[in-house]
Design a protein. Structure first.
Lengths: 269, 496
């Protein structure tokens, strides 16, 4: 569980606003190990999105090293980066970003294109993934016939399509009501527990963040605070509230009777 | 779920957009189908007209060279015509014994369009000259005196000696003239013999009758044969293959002709030597037809002839020459008009096709650019989940190309139906000498539509146009697709 999938060392990113240099990230260091469920938090303008884009290999660092699963993406040529995005990571977006003219299964198949899998293999894998996120029987539905929560489940299934080194979730609960928010957090936490999927989640939502195992607070382009989340206890089969032993599928702690997914604000602003 | 399926779904998802592109491209295709067809029809029209005009011009030219280069030479007619001696006793006075020019009717013998000899020479010695009344019969000329014309005068192409003599009956009439009444006797012509040299060159110069209506013309070297005018035929009551007796000699009728001028109505044609023999004029002729090499040297040859042979009356056909030349210049103008109309059609067509190509490409370009902009977020998503730039580019190219394939089919269908209408709207009509051809593909009131679809809308053309349509779609989506490929996913994600 200690093999790092993401190693960031002294990462700097400076944007040019006209002739003015605007630093977004200033000497950021971060290591994420395989199987971790990490939340990156921070106020607007703290560099969350920049960090996410650099981790997602859709933006390039100004200086510093970014190792994704051992590959220095900062040195990768532009026309090779798509393979990193396709094979090493799965994106989950705030607005789901499903293709409206494709049904759930076809959306999940998208990242598998160009990987030499047969159509039937793609279909089978997509159906399995949709079952994993609890959408069996809804494969043929187009996004407009799915609820927001269901759409995000499809997006998560799509992110898992190529068995990536980690899932990169950008405000995955930002567009969801509290019911669906909890469902998606539960789904991500369960994937982390049962599939061992590494998840890096950028979020504003401290409640959601609290259900990860490690919370990072970003401010002015640096990580200024790090805190354990409730998920760590859960990972160790302990109730995050009272520390008593729990089962993986328990919704509430059999001992203290508190809901495992309820939480308080973690970082008060 | 392949790239093609996605392209098809995107096209069907954006029906208005697809319709816009299909209408625009389809209309362009229709124009591109119609214009070449119209150009071809116009070209056919102009080319037919040009061919016809060229033929007319060359015929006119030949006429100028043949007819207008003709110079008639004869001795001034004497009062006493040049009759011939025959045994029938029907008034052959005069004769060759008179001194040429003694009582000359003067040049007026040629006036009024009568050819010398049409009316036989006057009969009663000297009372009335050839002149105004009788037109005068040319005096016989000694053929041997003029045999050197061909070699001594430059610009002469040929010299054809001709013997003309008329046969008729003396008719006595009372005529009033200057207060005097005289009884005169004149020859009422029944037929005129024209003897022409039937050499191997006989067909090169217009000395034979031209309008044969039955049988054949006289051939080189023919003797004992005649070609009769229609009047002669009636007079002799003889047709092709019959024989006629002229001045005691039997001739076979080989052909009948329709006279091309009043002067020919009673003229029959035979070999010069036959004519000389039967009229007792061996070695004598009545006129020389001198042909200049071309119409430019006619007057020069005529002047030289007059100088060398002052006794001859030398006549050129200046009026006819002028007429023919005017006609030729008119035809030349028409030909130039037809050709310039054709060229104009061509350049208009090229311009219009160029405009259509540019406009269509621009329409596809803007529609696809809009599509790319509209789908920025989708493009960002596709890139974020691992689509390569080239896949994204292909996706948009394919959409543009598929659209243009559909549009191409629609456009060609429209074009096949509406080509004549469209091309007549867009192309100038080919006007020929004021006879404007209505519409581009309608020639002289005869619709070319049938011919058009068969002759010009061939499978190759349609295939080529289909290719053009796909090319336009490709051109129009190239830049938008490239733009799509260049979209940076980080920014595309922010796009709403």
């Amino acid at each position: 569980m200690s093999k790092p999938v993401l190693q960031i060392e002294n990462l700097n990113k400076t944007y040019m606003l006209g002739k003015r240099e605007v630093p977004a990230l200033k000497g950021l260091n971060l290591t994420v190990n395989a199987g971790e469920f990490v939340a990156i938090m921070g106020p607007s303008g703290s560099g969350k999105t920049t960090l996410l884009n650099i981790i997602g290999a859709i933006d390039k660092p100004t200086s510093g090293q970014v190792l994704l699963d051992g590959i220095d993406v900062g040195k990768m040529p532009e026309n090779q980066l798509y393979k990193i995005r396709r094979d090493k990571m799965g994106f989950v977006f705030q607005t789901f970003n499903l293709l409206p003219y494709l049904n759930a299964r076809e959306n999940v198949e998208l990242p598998m294109e160009g990987r030499g899998k047969s159509k039937s293999e793609q279909k089978k894998r997509a159906s399995e993934l949709l079952a994993l996120v609890g959408l069996s029987g809804r494969e043929g539905h187009r996004p407009q016939r799915l609820s927001a929560g269901e759409q995000q489940r499809v997006a998560i299934a799509r992110a898992l399509a190529n068995n990536p080194a980690f899932i990169l979730a950008d405000e995955p609960t930002g567009n969801l009501d509290s019911q669906n928010k909890q469902e998606i957090i539960k789904l991500l936490a369960n994937l982390n527990l049962t599939q061992g999927t590494t998840i890096i989640m950028v979020t504003h939502d401290s409640q959601a963040a609290n259900h990860t195992e490690r919370m990072l607070l970003l401010k002015d382009g640096k990580i200024i605070k790090e805190k354990e989340g409730l998920h760590l206890a859960k990972k160790n089969n302990k109730c995050p509230h009272c520390g008593a032993a729990i089962q993986v599928n328990d919704e509430t702690c059999p001992t203290c009777k508190k809901s495992i997914y309820s939480s308080d604000e973690v970082f008060s602003s | 779920m392949g790239i093609i399926n996605r392209a098809i779904r995107n096209i069907s998802r954006r029906k208005i957009r697809a319709l816009l592109v299909i209408i625009a491209l389809g209309f362009s295709m229709a124009i591109m189908v119609s214009i070449p067809a119209g150009v071809l029809a116009n070209q056919q029209t102009a080319s037919t007209a040009s061919t016809n005009l060229s033929n007319v011009i060359s015929q006119t030219s030949a006429s100028i060279n043949q007819t207008a280069t003709q110079i008639d030479c004869s001795l001034a007619p004497s009062f006493s015509g040049f009759g011939f001696r025959d045994s029938s006793g029907s008034g052959t006075s005069g004769g060759s014994g008179f001194t040429p020019g003694q009582f000359s009717g003067g040049a007026s013998g040629n006036s009024g369009g009568f050819q010398p000899g049409q009316f036989g020479g006057g009969t009663i010695g000297g009372q009335f000259g050839g002149g105004a009344f009788n037109g005068g019969q040319s005096n016989p000329m000694n053929e041997s005196l003029y045999t050197d014309i061909n070699s001594t005068i430059s610009g002469v192409a040929a010299v054809e000696p001709i013997l003309q003599a008329s046969e008729g009956q003396n008719v006595t009439q009372n005529l009033s003239f200057n207060g005097y009444t005289r009884s005169i006797t004149r020859l009422d012509v029944q037929y005129t013999i024209e003897g022409i040299p039937l050499t191997s060159m006989v067909n090169s110069y217009p000395i034979l009758p031209t309008n044969i209506t039955a049988g054949n013309n006289l051939q080189a070297g023919a003797t004992g044969e005649v070609v009769l005018s229609e009047n002669n035929s009636a007079y002799f009551n003889a047709g092709v293959g019959n024989t006629v007796t002229i001045l005691g000699q039997t001739f076979t009728v080989v052909g009948i002709y329709s006279p091309s001028s009043v002067s020919q109505t009673q003229t029959l044609f035979m070999n010069l030597s036959d004519a000389q023999t039967i009229t007792n004029n061996t070695g004598y002729i009545t006129s020389l037809a001198v042909f200049a090499q071309n119409s430019d040297v006619v007057s020069q040859v005529a002047t030289t002839l007059s100088t060398m042979h002052p006794e001859l009356t030398v006549t050129t056909d200046q009026t006819r020459l002028t007429q023919l030349q005017t006609l030729q210049s008119t035809y030349n103008t028409e030909l130039a008009t037809a050709q310039s109309a054709n060229n104009q059609t061509y350049s208009t067509a090229v311009e219009e096709i160029a405009i259509v190509v540019v406009a269509t490409s621009l329409i596809v370009l803007f529609v696809m650019l809009y599509t790319v902009k509209e789908r920025t977020k989708e493009i960002g998503t596709l890139k974020a989940i691992g689509f390569s730039n080239s896949t994204v580019m292909s996706q948009f190219m394919l959409e543009g190309i598929l659209l243009s394939i559909i549009a191409g089919v629609v456009g060609i269908a429209i074009g096949l139906i509406a080509a004549p209408t469209i091309s007549s709207l867009l192309l100038p009509s080919v006007g020929l000498g004021g006879r404007a051809v209505a519409g581009a593909v309608v020639v002289s009131g005869t619709s070319r539509i049938g011919g058009l679809s068969v002759a010009t809308l061939n499978p190759e053309l349609i295939l080529a146009l289909f290719g053009a349509s796909v090319l336009l779609g490709t051109l129009g989506s190239l830049y938008p697709a490239w733009r799509a490929a260049k979209i940076r996913p980080a920014e595309a994600m922010k796009y709403e």
